[in-house]
Design a protein around this ligand. Structure first.
Ligand SMILES: Nc1ncnc2c1ncn2[C@@H]1O[C@H](COP(=O)(O)OP(=O)(O)OP(=O)(O)O)[C@@H](O)[C@H]1O
Ligand SMILES: [Mg+2]
Ligand SMILES: [Zn+2]
Length: 156
């Protein structure tokens, strides 16, 4: 019998040579991740798969972007809406690096406060939230203490 490595399983979304694979995206978050990364404006090849079977998150989404790495800011945003996602850096068709996205303890500036009377919605004050839960993600505004989860979490 050949080694596991030699017997590469078939991919349901094809391979890229160099770039980033965002794997194990909760299915429903796939398009949001695409939006965060502004993939509609991407120059290089982008491959998106959805409704793929996954032991880890039920059905999953996957996004593959040729010749692109993610910024820390982008990774933080992905962590908020797809905390179980994994990032794979592809070099010369191989996985050169793999890591999970990590929720920071504090989220500054990238999420809007859901409370219309919050000072961050009325004055030029940037938002700041404590991350109080991870699955599902819960955020508490440090200014007005509004707690937000799921669809309340709107990225700027
Ligand atoms: N060259 C490539 N181009 C595009 N996608 C790739 C490439 N190599 C691997 N992948 C994809 O990247 C992901 C991670 O690859 P890996 O070989 O580590 O799979 P895995 O063992 O299933 O990993 P995990 O334990 O994270 O699920 C998989 O979804 C795989 O299909
Ligand atoms: Mg896998
Ligand atoms: Zn607030």
């Amino acid at each position: 019998m050949g080694s596991e490595k030699g017997a590469r399983r078939e991919m349901s979304v094809s391979a890229i040579r160099n770039g980033t694979v965002i794997d194990h995206i909760q299915n429903e978050a796939t398009f949001k991740v695409a939006e965060i990364l502004r993939l509609a404006q991407e120059q290089h090849t982008v491959l998106v798969g959805m409704n793929l079977p996954s032991g880890k998150v039920g059905k999953k989404g996957i996004i593959k972007i040729e010749s692109r790495e993610l910024t820390p800011q982008e990774v933080n945003k992905i962590a908020l809406i797809a905390p179980q996602a994994t990032l794979n850096i592809i070099q010369d068709y191989e996985v050169a690096e793999k890591r999970s996205v990590e929720l920071p303890e504090r989220v500054e500036g990238i999420v809007r406060c859901f409370n219309p009377s919050c000072i961050t919605n009325r004055q030029a004050v940037s938002t700041c939230f404590d991350v109080i839960a991870s699955d599902p993600v819960g955020l508490r505004c440090v200014y007005c203490e509004r707690v937000m989860t799921g669809p309340d979490i709107i990225l700027k």
